[in-house]
Every structure is written in structure tokens, then in C-alpha cells.
Design a protein around this ligand. Structure first.
Ligand code: GLU
Length: 316
């Protein structure tokens, strides 16, 4: 377990090294995301003891986007059981862009995995509730268990994606054609657009990640957010599919389960040790935060975080 001083030193140095890096661009296919301030840069670490260490704009809000996907996958597993969820979604990396519409598995017609849009929408379809309002409420409270605080939506991002999300609607319709989702398509895509618009900070991301690192229990509130039997399923998918078409490279170089989003957040989990959250909105061609990737590489190298390098878990 690295000391808090060591973590503070590493993230402060990473912040100074990369704060002026201005490579990448804002994701503007959701028009509202194109308005982000490119200077924003927050790095946060929360340990499994519940202590948060951060630097930079660690309390700047941004929309969670795809980082919501593993958590909604977790809701589906808890709400329906693994067998049913597996009948609706695969666990294979696609090598395709996240919003690809073409790759439903040839035989089963399932979307490839829950972290690409098709699979994520299939998981959102499984959010339980007797009405649309109740499903919204259930989704919001499930996510809030990970952050340990109530979540608000970024209305402008939500409306911006709702107005332009035709590709996601088309994906949902294609899945309806194949019987992968229920006919309540308009509600489910609305719920998906909401799910992507919840406002979080890099501090929040680190607490969400630390909750997974702590086997499903939020280390600050001590509330259980996810049954421990499902934690490994989320982490496996994050390890193999969490970083878009950079997932293999990430597993090789950084080697921890993680999920990124097009608004510039990356959340990473070091099981039993800590959760890491970084926010910086300039993204590379894969859709991953440029500064975020660099920060994680530094942390992974300096702390020996890679899952298959034993240094961090061996130390007392
Ligand atoms: N709401 C975004 C979409 O569906 C999420 C994309 C992402 O962060 O990968 O296009």
C-alpha cells in the first residue's frame, strides 16, 4: 500500500508535467461537450481506507458519459442475474469504435459487450422500475451509492445528446428488431441519455473506483453499492474493453481495470488498494483523455500498479 505522501508527490508532479499539454480535441459530436474548458485538469486518488488525495480541478463537474456503463451493467447483474444478462450481452472486445452499429454477434444477435453503446443500451433496458420515473430514480440512486452523494444531471448535455443521438436510437431499434431489448425504446434511450449526463468530478470518480477496489463497499460511507459476487464481472469487462479501441494497449501498458468517457474522464481501479479518477476534456483519436492516459501511465509505472506486476500487493 503506497503512502499518502508518495501518492501526493506523484500526482502533483504529473499535474505540473501535463497541465500545459494541449494535444487532442474536445468531443463535439454531442454539441454541448464542445463547450468544455480545455484547461480543466483534475487528478484524484481515493484509498480503500476512504482517504481522498487530489490536485487541480478535482471538484469541477463534467458529465459522466460512458463511465456510467460498467455501473449500469452492475445494476443489470443485480436486478436480473448473470444468466439473463448474458443472454442479452456478450463479453468480447470489439476492436470497433464504441458507437459501431454493425457488430451484433452473428449467431446470438447480442451486442458484443456492455461497454460499447449497443451493449450499454441493452443494459439500460434492464434497469428495473414500474414507470419511467421509477427507472430514472433507481438508476440515479444506484449511481449515488458509488459517489456517496446525490447526483444531478447536466440538463444541457442531456438535451444536446437527446437532440442529436440518432445513431444510438438506430442501434436501439436494430436491437429491438433482434429481440434484444423491450419495445419501450424511447424511454430506454431517454434513460441512457440521462445516465450519460450525470455530473461528477474527478474526486467522485476516484470514490466510485475505490468502491470497486473495496469489493463493492463505498469506503467513505461504508454502504454497499454492489454485491461482491459481481465486482469481478465489472472489473473483467473494464480490463478488456474499458478504453475503447485502445483497450489492449492500455491493458499492456497500464494494466488495471478502467473506463473512460468522451467528456474526458478516466476511472481506474487497483483492487484492494485504491481508486483513481482523472478529468481533462481533450481526447485522442480513440476518445480517451490525452492528459488522463499520461497520468495513469505515470502512476502505473511509479507505483507498479499493473495487475500482473506484484509489487503493490506484496508490500505490507
Ligand atoms: N453518451 C455518449 C454516447 O452514447 C457516451 C459516449 C462515451 O462516453 O463513450 O455517444
Amino acid at each position: 500500500m503506497p503512502s499518502n505522501d508518495k501518492i501526493t508527490d506523484i500526482i502533483n508532479r504529473a499535474y505540473e508535467t501535463y497541465k500545459d499539454l494541449d494535444r487532442g480535441k474536445l468531443a463535439d459530436y454531442i454539441p454541448e461537450l464542445g463547450k468544455a474548458d480545455i484547461k480543466n485538469f483534475g487528478i484524484s486518488v481515493t484509498t480503500v481506507k476512504g482517504e481522498t488525495i487530489s490536485v487541480g480541478n478535482a471538484d469541477t463537474m463534467f458529465s459522466i458519459q460512458s463511465i456510467s456503463k460498467p455501473f449500469v451493467f452492475g445494476m443489470a447483474l443485480e436486478g436480473h442475474g448473470t444468466a439473463h444478462v448474458r443472454s442479452r450481452v456478450g463479453v468480447e472486445p470489439t476492436g470497433e469504435p464504441f458507437h459501431s452499429i454493425i457488430r451484433l454477434q452473428a449467431k446470438s444477435k447480442r451486442p458484443s459487450n456492455p461497454l460499447v453503446n449497443a451493449g450499454a443500451i441493452a443494459m439500460t433496458d434492464l434497469v428495473n422500475g414500474n414507470s419511467h420515473e421509477e427507472r430514472i430514480q433507481n438508476l440515479q440512486s444506484a449511481l449515488a451509492k458509488y459517489t456517496g452523494r446525490p447526483l444531478d444531471m447536466d440538463e444541457s448535455v442531456y438535451l444536446s445528446e437527446k437532440a442529436t443521438g440518432h445513431r444510438n436510437r438506430a442501434t436501439a431499434h436494430l436491437m429491438l428488431h433482434f429481440g434484444m431489448v423491450e419495445p419501450r425504446i424511447d424511454e430506454t434511450t431517454d434513460l441512457y441519455f440521462r445516465q450519460c449526463s450525470y455530473k461528477i468530478t474527478s474526486d467522485d470518480l476516484s470514490v466510485m473506483a475505490a468502491t470497486l477496489a473495496n469489493n463493492g463497499i463505498n469506503p467513505k460511507s461504508q454502504d454497499r453499492a454492489l454485491l461482491s459476487e459481481h465486482v469481478k464481472s465489472l472489473l473483467t469487462l473494464m480490463f478488456t474493453c474499458g478504453l475503447y479501441t485502445y483497450a489492449g494497449e492500455w491493458a499492456f501498458r497500464v494494466g488495471i481495470p478502467a473506463k473512460s468517457g468522451v467528456s474526458g474522464g478516466i476511472l481506474g481501479v487497483v483492487p484492494g488498494v485504491m481508486g483513481i479518477g482523472v478529468y481533462s476534456p481533450l481526447v485522442d483519436k480513440h476518445g480517451n483523455s490525452v492528459r488522463g492516459i499520461r497520468v495513469f501511465k505515470n502512476l502505473a509505472t511509479e507505483l507498479g500498479l499493473h495487475m500482473f506486476s506484484h509489487s503493490i500487493r506484496k508490500s505490507p
